[in-house]
Write a protein that binds this ligand. Structure first.
Ligand SMILES: [Zn+2]
Length: 250
């Protein structure tokens, strides 16, 4: 059987008549970056976050730059909005709150965390540390590559170099050729930093984020999505799932 692309896998599952349980979209969002921590706190002069969603620094100082109120065209859905700036990286976060109690109900971008139990602990820890190290991009790149390495090991690819293990994973159709190429790029980026290659430019936060996004996608592909499908099949077998095939609008 040929390896399927991520999109094809998703479409196959959605279209499958055997897959009766709804997709756990929260699990998808937890790992793909849509979501993560639910916003909390009040719209005050400072925003309290554990980490900056842009640079990952702990206990960031976010000071409010702007505030205004909006409603929908029919005067419903009144909200107040505040924009906060990270004093470390200059990235901004937009928060929406209810006007009466000022409790924050929306946050863009949200703070990310990786709490998906389907991802093996070691890979999850490396990935979480990489996301927390965006303010130190060279370290984040190495950590993200370690996460990829740990994922392959968790899948039984333990012998040889990371280079040979990536190639073997492609040959075995564990990952697609494109994912293999991307994994090699991550490996080479990390090698540049590990060996302090003088010819290689230091990575930016953008470079680190790109590497982290790949690691997250790989975790999704190898662990999260298969676990969701297994759960869906199990629920369907036990009669606890939704008997209606998943809507294509999901
Ligand atoms: Zn920041």
């Amino acid at each position: 059987m040929h390896a399927l692309t991520w999109g094809a896998c998703l479409k196959k599952a959605v279209d499958s008549k055997h897959y009766a349980a709804p997709l756990d979209i929260d699990a998808v969002l937890r790992i793909t970056g849509g979501t993560m921590a639910i916003p909390t706190g009040k719209l005050g002069s400072q925003l309290q976050l554990k980490r900056c969603p842009h640079c990952g620094i702990a206990s960031p100082l976010f000071v409010k730059m702007w505030e205004d109120a909006t409603t929908a065209c029919d005067d419903r859905n009144p909200r107040i909005w505040g924009v906060y700036k990270c004093s470390t990286c200059g990235g901004v976060v937009l928060c929406g709150a209810d006007p009466q109690f000022r409790g924050i109900t929306e946050q863009y971008p949200r703070s990310e965390n990786i709490n998906e139990p389907a991802i093996p602990e070691r890979s999850r820890n490396y990935l979480g540390q990489a996301m927390d190290s965006l303010h130190a991009p060279a370290g984040a790149v190495i950590l993200a590559a370690s996460s990829v390495d740990a994922m392959l090991k968790a899948k039984g690819y333990k012998q040889g170099t990371l280079n040979s293990r990536i190639d073997q994973a492609v040959k075995d159709h564990l990952i697609t050729e494109s994912m293999g190429k991307w994994a090699h790029e991550v490996r080479l980026d990390a090698n540049d930093q590990r060996h302090a290659d003088e010819a290689a430019p230091l990575p930016s936060a953008h470079d680190a984020r790109r590497v982290i996004e790949f690691s997250k996608a790989l975790a999704m592909f190898l662990f999260v999505f298969p676990a969701m499908v297994d759960k869906g099949l199990k629920d369907a077998t036990q009669g606890t799932g939704n008997k209606t095939p998943v809507s294509k609008s999901v």
